[in-house]
Ligand binder design. Structure first.
Ligand code: MRU
Length: 357
């Protein structure tokens, strides 16, 4: 299947509802192969989220929301009470597939809350699907707005450093941090990207480099360990990254390595932005200390593309994310506009004003 990439469309979609199942691009195969996988059981949805076949906070939110409907179809509840119970069980099971990105638990909970008030199993299923599709549509629009707000905030910034993958593969639209890049490109503004490879699973090398090349945007890949010295050269106008969970004080969880980039950007005097939809904000979590960080298999660190790259049996620590303290962040680019510090004073009212269903 050949991708057709324009400023507004991406084929095949990263996550879609098709013929009673969730279809995803299997991101573990990129850039070698572009394959769409059909997920028609809850086990398959949970497995795809866990093994990062679908990944990125908004994308797993969309896949999880649609997975709720897959679950209802599998269970075929015979009564309204049974359908309501199934909604609760599905939300708990799918929502636990990955713990750090709040978009996942937020999305399944939103589907559950929207559907449980219906008066029949068929009505619950119909409402669950409508809500899940609404989440997908809203994220697409949120990405577009994030791109435009980021473009206005960062006019004149042409060389962007980013990390992991925050683009079309990570969201249900054109992306968050990469959405700003796409918005610049769509407006005919000069833009080029330095992408960190994002060890251990290389979302930057495999996905961001691929996606930007498909879109015809100039991209230079760097080893994560080259970022500080690159920032020091003065060639980077701004660092823009995504987020998996933003706490009430602005502390931001994102792909491991983000904190180091923020420290290096501060030392180099380079602006450091987080770009995320309001569905990534978790104002019930007071600070980054309370964010659960997903620990993944040590084998992801001990191997490189399936081959051993360390002595067999060596101990390894593999947190998938880290937390960047809010005082290192210049601004949070959202669909509602750019939030500047003091985050705690501005964010709650802004985020509360976002209509989520
Ligand atoms: O482990 P991943 O690949 O799901 O991690 C993804 C990230 O950390 C992204 O930066 C984040 O989810 C934002 S995606 C718009």
């Amino acid at each position: 299947m050949r991708p057709v990439i324009s400023a507004t469309e991406f084929h095949p979609p990263t996550v879609a509802w098709a013929g009673g199942a969730v279809e995803i691009i299997d991101q573990t195969l990129l850039p070698g192969a572009l394959e769409v996988v059909r997920l028609d059981t809850v086990d398959a949805v949970v497995d795809a989220i866990r093994r990062l076949a679908v990944r990125g906070a908004p994308a797993i939110g969309g896949a999880g929301a649609l997975g709720m409907v897959v679950g209802l179809d599998e269970e075929r509840p015979a009564s309204t009470d049974a359908a309501r119970a199934a909604l609760g069980q599905l939300a708990a099971r799918i929502g636990a597939a990955r713990p750090t990105a709040v978009n996942l638990s937020w999305a399944v909970e939103r589907v559950r809350a929207a559907a449980e008030g219906e008066g029949s199993p068929g009505g619950i299923r119909e409402r669950a699907l409508a809500e899940a599709l609404r989440i997908v549509d809203e994220d697409r629009e949120a990405c577009r707005r994030i791109g435009e707000h980021g473009r206005a905030e960062l006019s004149g910034a042409t060389t962007i450093l980013t990390h992991c993958n925050t683009g079309r593969l990570a969201t249900l639209g054109w992306g968050t941090a990469l959405g700003v890049v796409y918005a610049k490109a769509a407006a005919g503004e000069p833009v080029r990207v330095y992408a960190c490879e994002a060890r251990p699973l290389l979302q930057g090398a495999r996905l961001t480099a691929w996606e930007l090349m498909q879109a015809g945007i100039e991209v230079t890949l760097i080893a994560d360990s080259a970022a500080a010295s690159l920032l020091h050269t003065g060639r980077i106008d701004a660092v823009i990254l995504g987020a998996d969970r933003i706490a009430a004080n602005g502390d931001t969880a994102n792909k491991v390595g983000t904190f180091s980039l923020a420290l290096a950007a501060k030392h180099a005097g380079v602006r450091f932005y987080t770009a995320a939809p309001t569905s990534t904000f978790d104002l019930a979590t007071p600070s980054g200390d309370a964010i659960e960080i997903e620990l993944r298999s040590a084998d992801e660190v001990r191997t490189f593309q399936g081959r051993a790259s360390a002595p067999q049996g060596v101990d390894a620590w593999n947190p998938a994310f880290d937390v960047t303290p809010h005082d290192l962040i210049t601004g949070w680019i959202t669909e509602l506009g750019v939030l500047h510090p003091p985050f705690e004073e501005i964010a709650p009212a802004k985020v509360a004003s976002a209509s989520h269903g």
